[in-house]
Design a protein around this ligand. Structure first.
Ligand code: 13P
Length: 249
């Protein structure tokens, strides 16, 4: 049985004092969940969030990293730096980074490799635009993105990766993919992984859904055959709402 994972992506929100207050409030609300709870926070919140989440079941992730370890890359943060302060997870290739910061399937692949080399667990994002969906190309787009993201990775490495399917038209719009559509898309990612690796690897990889996940739709999404949890944006900024998503059962 795959475990369920609920990851919040705060995007560019929350000051350090707000992050600490949020984690303090969330801690008792999620302490008995069987699910894995992750908060992916802005760089400046990482250290404060790590301190506040010590001795809790809340794990902390970053939202991006550079693929080089160090060097003349003004404004960037490396995987080695994230690891050095105790970060465990890192989102790679979110559609907002692909759209606004020119990330490509190639940089996504480089970042995943660098994350793994630094013993960080990447949450790699894939997802189609509305135009691609309307042209009937959604499955083709996401299986291709999956293949390119995982290029040259061994099946041992795959066991430390999660993939989040986030249809771009569902992010921040209030439009959620139906649980059936989302499950089918995620199933196609699992089938692609079976093709690239083997059945056991495909059956064990954690695949998340993201895009307007809320307390009211989380149970329906997360109890389908192939969706193992969610990457939650807006609803992860409200502690009550997020705790309900974590406790969706
Ligand atoms: P929303 O939940 O706000 O739609 O954002 C989804 C997302 O982008 C999570 O990474």
């Amino acid at each position: 049985m795959r475990k369920k994972v609920i990851a919040g992506n705060w995007k560019m929100n929350m000051l350090p004092n707000e992050a600490m207050a949020f984690i303090e409030a969330l801690t008792p609300m999620v302490k008995d969940t069987p699910n894995e709870v992750i908060l992916c926070v802005p760089y400046v919140d990482l250290f404060y969030s790590l301190l506040t989440s010590q001795n809790t079941n809340i794990k902390i992730g970053a939202q991006n990293m550079h693929w080089e370890e160090k060097g003349a890359y003004t404004g960037e943060v490396s995987g080695k730096m994230l690891k050095s302060i105790g970060v465990e997870y890192v989102i790679i290739g979110h559609s907002e980074r692909r759209q606004y910061f020119a990330e490509t399937d190639e940089t996504v692949n480089k970042k995943i490799k660098a994350a793994l080399a630094n013993e960080l667990k990447p949450i790699a994002c894939v997802g189609e635009t509305l135009e691609q969906r309307e042209a009937g190309k959604a499955i083709e787009v996401i299986t291709e993105q999956t293949k390119l993201a995982l290029q040259d990775l061994t099946k041992e490495q795959i066991s430390n990766i999660m993939i989040a399917y986030e249809p771009i038209w569902a992010i921040g719009t209030g439009k959620t993919a139906t649980s059936e559509d989302a499950n089918n898309a995620i199933k196609s990612i699992r089938q692609e992984i079976e093709k690239l690796y083997d059945t056991q690897t495909a059956e064990s990889i954690i695949l998340l859904y993201g895009g307007s996940v809320k307390a009211e739709n989380s149970k329906e999404l997360f109890t389908t055959s192939d969706i193992d949890g969610g990457l939650v944006g807006g609803a992860s900024l409200k502690v009550e709402e997020f705790s309900k998503i974590v406790n969706f059962q």
